[in-house]
Design a protein around this ligand. Structure first.
Ligand code: R5P
Length: 292
């Protein structure tokens, strides 16, 4: 197995290669003056099981095009198989046509990845793994929630109350509670599809004088997390932390969440950011070992 750390996941790709003891094929990349992406693989891939590590955080479109170019080039140069590790899989939230005439974006992206010769995909807490798995390229989705919970446990937050955002995501709070063992629950939010404004349903939570960790897969604008944190604070929680797998942190999200009363934000290196305190490298390494 060889590892190709893509432009968007250089450090993570290197970490995974080190844990696997695998050879690294570097990638030379640049943007032409008109914005087009240039990719050149810097080593032999012929006859190899190639693993490209490329997250698709902003600029999502560029990062996807770079992934298409790397995969197709690896195939052209004789790679036996191509696995795409896409820690954050962009467009996954457009997992159906919500309004008539809309693109079913995740389907289009999956078709393009298949056309570029990708044999399998590994994702971390993809937004809707069920839909991702409904296309032809096999998808393995792994969860980083246990790693996030372990991060808090090591820092004295065992017995913290775990909250997921949405009843459907209760399994996330339950996974965290397997580590923190302080009980778990959920809050429900809804978003106006036109204005983007987030509202939270009134719900009583057993958090008075308790430490609380709110877990979500994604923090984008921060609106959802800020409301969830505030709900816990308003009900008397002591320390409240925001934990997420994919910290997109758009539009002043950090300020919004800290303004909602959070004591801190913890994310992973699925998307490199100022809050990437937990590495998913061991998790992805384990998934790749199982695939090999
Ligand atoms: C929604 O389904 C996700 O799990 C997140 O709650 C959402 O993407 C967060 O978005 P924002 O940070 O913009 O509120």
């Amino acid at each position: 197995m060889i590892i190709i750390p893509g432009p968007a996941s250089q450090k993570l790709g290197q970490k995974i290669a080190a844990l696997l003891g695998a050879r690294v094929v570097s990638v030379e990349f640049k943007a032409f003056p008109d914005g087009e992406s240039y990719i050149r693989l810097g080593g032999e891939v012929e006859g190899e099981d190639a693993v490209i590590v490329q997250t698709t955080s902003p600029p999502q479109d560029t990062h996807f095009v770079q992934l298409f170019l790397m995969a197709d080039a690896a195939r052209d140069l004789g790679a036996k198989t191509v696995t795409a590790v896409v820690p954050y899989f962009a467009y996954a939230r457009q997992d159906k046509r919500f309004l008539s005439g809309e693109a079913f974006s995740v389907k289009t992206i999956m078709k393009l990845l298949e056309a570029c010769g990708i044999n399998r995909i590994v994702t971390v807490n993809a937004h809707n793994p069920k839909v991702l798995k409904s296309f032809r390229v096999p998808v393995k989705d792994v969860s980083a929630v246990t790693l996030l919970a372990e991060h808090f446990k090591k820092r004295g937050f065992d017995k913290a109350f775990s909250i997921s955002v949405g009843k459907k995501a209760l399994a996330v709070a339950k996974e965290a509670d397997n580590i923190l063992k302080g009980g778990y629950g959920y809050v429900s939010t809804s978003r106006d599809r036109v204005t983007g404004k987030v509202e939270i349903e009134k719900k009583s939570l057993p958090v008075k004088n308790r430490d609380v960790i709110v877990f979500d897969d994604i923090i984008s604008s921060g609106g959802t997390m800020a409301k969830a944190v505030k709900a816990a604070k308003d009900q008397g929680a002591r320390r409240v932390y925001a934990a997420c797998v994919h910290a997109l942190l758009a539009e002043g999200a950090e300020e919004k969440i800290l303004g909602g009363g959070a004591d801190g934000i913890v994310g992973t290196d699925c998307i490199p950011s100022s809050v990437s305190k937990v590495s998913v490298a061991p998790l992805i390494t384990e998934a790749l070992r199982k695939i090999a």
